[in-house]
Each structure stands twice: as structure tokens, then as C-alpha cells.
Design a protein around this ligand. Structure first.
Ligand code: PLP
Length: 473
């Protein structure tokens, strides 16, 4: 196996004229935590292999090695939850229930907050949409949201009375627009993302919570992107509901969570009708239980919940200053580097964003489809990132990117070299063009005549026969 080599940082800086001061980025020289798959070798279309540079944490982050080790430890005890008197069942039940407390602690939850395990953020927000207080059988108030939201925090609200607001050019003006809308009255819930999955910009959730409360509404924060990158304290920030996903939080084992005030949840429509969600069931009627079980019908995902809880413990042990410094070093290095490449544009929602950004950078390359650039970076450089519209179609349209853009995202397992390689790959694209032919297959750009070997257990790898069609989501 040959391994492609990449210019060392100094060489890269000299070649690019970037002149970036290494000391500013030293915090990102190494990963902050061990993750699985960190040394995967990706086969290159041009021959040889390269260490897979995972710049797609925002879609799904790799598992923390500690999470994976923990799962191996508890797996032998895996058994039914809430349904057995056996030793393993008791242990599994204890792990599952204990996971609620761990997650509640992680988000600074109030002692009486519900912690409901779901599949993911989408599931959590759909659950909450079924729990809005009713009047005459209809939700009593409206849900208010911005046009920058991920579809998970947009589509569930389209099924209930709702109002949307187009974000303004600055964060400050956007908050003013929300205030105006709240002041008109009738809003029961403000649904807002903690950080944009498109650009990484962080929303001022504490200020928004107090604004919502000022006008008698509650707030739900979609923390799918925020929770893996920033400490959150819902009691201190007075956030009513918080939703996030394990697979973006280094625990890719199928669990998500909704944490928040119990009253709405205990009165709401049971999210999954089935075993465990009832006090008593008759042939044609039912008495639903309260508490998390009301919404967790069926056998729960104990390993997913345990993995999610373990990941939160690992994050809670990080030194926040070191954590944020690591991520910000990669982010600023990348943004500065991208801005120096002719034809590359970095996209933001808010001018002069002053509330910080998580490890997500959005950009496009003039003259190239985003999907083609992503295919090139993967095939010729072993770099994984996301292209498309990021399940945020209204925002992409408003930003003038109806065909999509590119998103590099990173986290605990990332290192500066990942960003260096992305910049080097883009610079090469601008200077020398593509090094291979690419075609559109099943809606996605792929290298032509791709004869690379993939593991036998992944037979439908894109570019090989039978690949599933993809959309530009
Ligand atoms: N909200 C945001 C901000 C996201 O980035 C995502 C996923 O990308 C979601 C919600 C949906 O998360 P999931 O697919 O885990 O339900």
C-alpha cells in the first residue's frame, strides 16, 4: 500500500503564501480525544491511499473510543429493559435509567425535567410537536421559528399552528424581529437552533429564552449541533426543552434525547403507542402512563442510551477552555485559508457574527458544482465532507445557493492537518483542475471508471454498481 504524502504545514504555508502564524494554531496540532476510525486509509482514485480526513462531524461524528470500550463492557449484560427479573435485565434496566440522570446532569437539567430517549433530534422535535397544549382539540398557541432552521426544526411545526420569521442581516436585528413577532401575541413555543448546521454560527439561546418567556412562550433549542461543541446549562439559561442526537455527539448507536419540562410532556400525545407506555390497556381503549415511558413505547434502545450517556460524561470531563481552543484553532485556520484561495467564498448567515461559531465552515468554489468538489476531495485526497443543501432548503435559497454548497465540520478527533489537507486540495483544484474524470451517477458526482477496492461488506459503495440514489439534501 502506498500512502500519498501531503505538504508539511511550513511547506504548505510557504507554497500558499498564507503566512499563517503556527503558534496561533498550535492547540489543534493533535486530536483532543481518541475516536474510532481515526487511522482509516481511504483508497485514492489516482492510486495509493491516504489517511481518511473526516471533515464531516456535523453530519455524524465518529464514536469516542471510550464510548466504544464502554459498550463492549456492558454488551454481555444486554437484556430486556423494564421487562424482566433476571440479573442481566436488572443491570440493563439500571444502565438505561441511570443514563437519564447522566444526560440530565450533562445539560444542567432541573431535577423534575423529563429525559426522554428517542431515535434522534428529528424524533425528539416531532415528539414535542405532539405535546403542545391544546384548546378545543387544537394547539392553543403558535410555534415561531426562523428560516435558518434544519428541516428537523421546521417540518414538525408545519403540522401545527405556526409562524416563521426570515432572519435579518445581523443577529441583533434577527432577535429584534423575533421580539416583534412575539409581541404580536399568540406564540406558545419559540423553536430555535442552538447553532446553525449550515454555517456553525451560534444563536444567543439564553437571551432568546428570556425573550420567549417575557411574552409568555416557551423555548425549545435544537441542540443537534450545539451540544457536541459547547457546554449547555438549561436551568441556568432557562431553556424549557432541549433536543439532540447521539450520533452527532460521538455516540452513533441510534439514540437521541429530549429533555425538558414535564407538564406538556405528561399531557401530550404518546409518541409511540405500544408496550410500556400504558397503565392499563383494554381491547378498544387505553389509559396512558406519564413520565418518559409515555413516549417510549416498545423495547428501548438501551445500548444507544448508554452510549449517549457515556459520551456526555466524556464531554463533561473536558476542560472547556482547551476544548473550545482546539476547535477554534482549526476553524480560524480553515476560514483564513479558504478566504485566501481565489474563487472560494465562505458563507455566513449573519454579518459580523459576534456570538461565536462551532466547528462548521461553509463555502463554495466558483465554477464547480459543490458535489463535484466533494467527489474530487474524496477520490483524489481522501477527504470526507458534506455537500448539498444540508436539510435547510429555505436558508440555502435565501443565501443564493439553491444548488447547495460545501461544509467542512470537525470536532474532538480532528487535527490541523485535516484542515491543511482540505486547503491544499482546493488550491490544487484551482491551480491544476481535476485530476480525474467525474460523472453523475444516481444523482451524485462520482469518479468515472472507479475500480478501487471496497470492503466486501460494503458492496453498494457510491460509484459501484447498485448505489442507492441520493438527493441533494
Ligand atoms: N438539527 C440540526 C441543527 C441538525 O444539524 C440536524 C442534523 O443534521 C438535525 C437537527 C437532525 O438530526 P437527526 O438527523 O439526528 O435527527
Amino acid at each position: 500500500m502506498t500512502t500519498a504524502t501531503f505538504p508539511a504545514a511550513a511547506e504548505f504555508h510557504a507554497a500558499s503564501g498564507a503566512g499563517q502564524d503556527d503558534a496561533r494554531f498550535a492547540a489543534a496540532a493533535r486530536p483532543l480525544a481518541a475516536v474510532t476510525g481515526a487511522e482509516i486509509q481511504a483508497p485514492l482514485i489516482t492510486g495509493g491511499h491516504a489517511r481518511y480526513a473526516n471533515l464531516d462531524y456535523g453530519a455524524s461524528a465518529p464514536a469516542l473510543s471510550l464510548v466504544s470500550a464502554y459498550l463492549n463492557e456492558i454488551l454481555p449484560y444486554y437484556a430486556s429493559v423494564h421487562r424482566g427479573a433476571g440479573y442481566a435485565s436488572q443491570i440493563s434496566t439500571s444502565v438505561y435509567e441511570n443514563s437519564r440522570d447522566i444526560v440530565r446532569d450533562f445539560v444542567g437539567g432541573r431535577p423534575d425535567d423529563s429525559v426522554i430517549f428517542t431515535r434522534n433530534t428529528t424524533d425528539s422535535l416531532n415528539l414535542l410537536a405532539g405535546c403542545l397544549p391544546l384548546k378545543d382539540g387544537r394547539p392553543a398557541g403558535e410555534v415561531l421559528y426562523l428560516d435558518i432552521e434544519h428541516h428537523a426544526n421546521l417540518l414538525p411545526w408545519q403540522n401545527v399552528p405556526h409562524r416563521s420569521v426570515v432572519a435579518a442581516a445581523t443577529l441583533e436585528a434577527t432577535v429584534d424581529r423575533l421580539r416583534e413577532e412575539l409581541a404580536r401575541g399568540g406564540v406558545s413555543l419559540l423553536a430555535v437552533t442552538g447553532a446553525s448546521n449550515v454555517t456553525g454560527e451560534i444563536l444567543p439561546v439564553r437571551a432568546l429564552a428570556s425573550l420567549a418567556h417575557e411574552y409568555g412562550a416557551r423555548i425549545v433549542v435544537d441542540a443537534a449541533q450545539l451540544a457536541p461543541h459547547r457546554r449547555i446549562n438549561i436551568a441556568a439559561d432557562d431553556i424549557d426543552y432541549l433536543a439532540f442526537s447521539g450520533h452527532k455527539l460521538y455516540a452513533p448507536f441510534g439514540a437521541g434525547v429530549l429533555v425538558g419540562r414535564t407538564d406538556w410532556l405528561d399531557a401530550g400525545t404518546p409518541h409511540l403507542a405500544g408496550g410500556g407506555a400504558v397503565r392499563d390497556a383494554r381491547l378498544d381503549s387505553v389509559s396512558w402512563t406519564t413520565g418518559p415511558a409515555r413516549h417510549e413505547g416498545g423495547s428501548p434502545n438501551v445500548l444507544g442510551a448508554a452510549a449517549l450517556a457515556r459520551a456526555t460524561q466524556v464531554l463533561a470531563e473536558l476542560d472547556p477552555a482547551q476544548w473550545y481552543e482546539h476547535e477554534e484553532a482549526i476553524r480560524s485556520y480553515l476560514v483564513e485559508g479558504l478566504e485566501r484561495i481565489e474563487g472560494v467564498t465562505v458563507h455566513r448567515i449573519f454579518a459580523g457574527s459576534d456570538n461565536g461559531s462551532i466547528g462548521v465552515v461553509n463555502f463554495s468554489v466558483a465554477g464547480y458544482d459543490a458535489g463535484l468538489v466533494a467527489a474530487y476531495l474524496s477520490a483524489e485526497h481522501g477527504i470526507g465532507l458534506r455537500d448539498g443543501r444540508f436539510c435547510a432548503h429555505p436558508l440555502l435559497k435565501r443565501l443564493g445557493l439553491p444548488a447547495g454548497s460545501l461544509r467542512a465540520s470537525f470536532g474532538l478527533g480532528s487535527r490541523l492537518e485535516d484542515a491543511e489537507r482540505l486547503l491544499a486540495g482546493l488550491r490544487q483544484l484551482r491551480q491544476a483542475g481535476l485530476g480525474w474524470d467525474y460523472v453523475v451517477d444516481a444523482g451524485r458526482w462520482v469518479p468515472a471508471n472507479d475500480t478501487r477496492n471496497y470492503p466486501h461488506w460494503a458492496p453498494n459503495t457510491p460509484g459501484t454498481a447498485g448505489a442507492a440514489p441520493c438527493t441533494l439534501d
